[in-house]
Write a protein that binds this ligand. Structure first.
Ligand code: CA
Length: 524
């Protein structure tokens, strides 16, 4: 069949939409049951996606940008707990960490007997698959096919577990995950709609590039974020006490100042050494100190991190091409997102965890021809807890009552539901290792963030940030008498959210190895 030009398809869609008989109440053709492709990067900063327009213009990402251009870019997609495992558990359950029991990467294990959206889609006749990073401790449930990296996975020749059976794949992890995803699509049962979760390891730490992308930036000196040399004045102990700075925490392994610790074949190793060794020698000779050293580390970090993103962007392109070639694009909702955001030097940091913008906010792009008008942006507060409700709705499956997110379908269609959330609850638990970020929770609105750090022997504080007057989040204005009314209002809102979401009154012991937080602090 000759593909219909996009403009004609759109005209046809709106003609159909005009007829109330053609569509059900939510605007989806009855029985249409679209496919779902969920491309999930790990630690992917929105600042690294071209479509998000970071002033540093860090990288060209034509394939991410294609999804934005043909679909929608969400500018306030916020995560409930900014760290790998918990974000994944929230995606599949549609619930906060305190409800699905997966608090942190150090001692949580996902209870796979819980209800998840892949299980419900599978039951409703979808073919379901997850390929790549899983990171939930237990084996995947609810998938007809799974092929996952053990734990965090590694970048080169990654071992994988295919339906529980160990195998080893040759190649670069992002390519391997893409190949396996496309293989599954090619071999699927074509009589059923499908859910594919293609979950990358990249660009997670240690940011090891594909050999073909070494030197991709021509030794560019990257523009710096304005807070690269943040001294944390104006904020409290928590911000000063973390262990996630480029200056102090980023190590020789992260910076590729050691021999390649992972397996590369001899040709690849030669290319790896040809890139890193002369640059490392020059670095050692220069004997950099202080700000110069931070700048060197920042540039090495950007080269490696962005090279990893480049491979993810290529993966997005390959998946989109497959959908085009197979004539599936019109019947497929494509979501491209990440488990959380990431610091690319803002506040002097790498990593994530905080309620602050760069870690709280994740890139989120979606394409669904005929439902999402192309080229839109949206600033509703949405979240990765919303995916479960969304996918269930489009599959025509009733969502369980206890989901804590909300279907994005009306927002995807361009509506502005009057009762959409105006505030968002955030929680974080993993402490003290690996990055010594204090457990905290808080409420986020379009303008403010009110943060409560969990009380411990050495810390008992609230912080307030006003994004309108302080978009870089440099000044805690909690004690400013002018904000007393705002603080009261936000505390009421926070209490309401905690009640509605059934958040625990005290930090849960399970989040700290079955001991109280204060004890966890004393005995890491
Ligand atoms: Ca992550």
């Amino acid at each position: 069949m000759t593909p219909m030009p996009f403009g004609v398809r759109r005209l046809l869609f709106f003609a159909l939409a005009a007829s109330s008989l053609a569509l059900s109440a939510n605007g989806i053709e009855p029985g249409r049951r679209p496919n779902i492709v969920f491309i999930f990067a790990d630690d992917m900063a929105y600042q690294a996606v071209g479509a998000y327009g970071d002033p540093r213009m860090l990288l060209d990402t034509p394939n991410f940008d294609r999804v934005a251009k043909e679909g929608i870019r969400f500018d306030r997609c916020l995560v409930p707990n900014s760290i790998c495992g918990p974000a994944r558990a929230s995606v599949i359950t549609g619930k906060y960490s305190h409800m699905n029991g997966f608090y942190n990467n150090t001692n949580s294990r996902f209870d796979g007997s819980q209800t998840t959206f892949p299980k419900l889609l599978q039951k409703a006749g979808y073919q379901t698959a997850v390929v790549g990073k899983w990171h939930l401790g237990s084996d995947p449930t609810g998938f007809d096919y799974w092929n996952i990296l053990p734990g965090q996975g590694i970048y080169y020749d990654p071992p994988m577990f295919e339906m529980g059976k160990r195998s080893k794949r040759e190649g670069y992890v992002t390519d391997v995950i893409t190949d396996l995803s496309l293989d599954w699509l090619k071999n699927r049962d074509r009589s059923k709609p499908f859910l594919l979760m293609c979950q990358h390891k990249a660009p997670h730490r240690r940011w090891s590039p594909a050999v073909r992308h070494l030197g991709h930036d021509g030794d560019r000196k990257y523009p710096e974020p304005p807070t690269l040399f943040d001294d944390y004045a104006g904020r409290g102990l928590a911000e000063r006490d973390q262990d996630m700075t480029i200056m102090g925490t980023m190590n020789d392994d992260d910076l590729k100042l050691v021999d390649c610790p992972e397996h590369l074949d001899p040709e690849e190793l030669k290319a790896w050494n040809a890139y890193y060794q002369p640059r490392n020698e020059a670095f050692r000779k220069a004997n950099l100190k202080g700000a110069d050293l931070v700048r060197w580390k920042y540039n090495r970090y950007m080269h490696d991190y962005l090279a990893c993103v480049k491979a993810v962007d290529e993966s997005v392109g390959r998946v989109l091409k497959y959908l085009d070639d197979e004539g599936l694009a019109d019947d497929t909702l494509v979501i491209v997102t990440s488990d959380q955001g990431f610091y690319l030097g803002e506040h002097g940091w790498f990593d994530k965890r905080w309620i602050f913008e760069e870690s709280l906010k994740t890139p989120m792009l979606a394409r669904w021809p005929g439902v999402i008008a192309p080229g839109r942006t949206d600033d509703h507060i949405v979240s990765n807890i919303d995916f479960a409700s969304t996918f269930l709705e489009i599959a025509g499956v009733d969502a369980p009552d206890d989901l804590q997110g909300r279907s994005l379908v009306p927002v995807l269609r361009g509506e502005a539901p009057a009762d959409w959330r105006k505030s968002f609850y955030y929680e974080y638990y993993e402490y003290p290792t690996p990055h010594h970020v204090r457990p905290h929770y808080g409420v986020v609105t379009d303008r403010y963030k009110l943060v409560r750090f969990e009380a411990t022997a050495d810390l008992d504080s609230w912080e307030l940030f006003d994004l309108k007057t302080d978009p870089l989040e440099l000044k805690n204005v909690y004690d400013d008498p002018a904000n007393a009314g705002v603080v009261d209002e936000l505390k009421r809102e926070l209490a309401k959210l905690r009640r509605d979401l059934r958040a625990p009154a005290q930090p849960p012991r399970e989040a700290f190895g079955n001991r109280p937080l204060d004890e966890a602090i004393k005995k890491p």
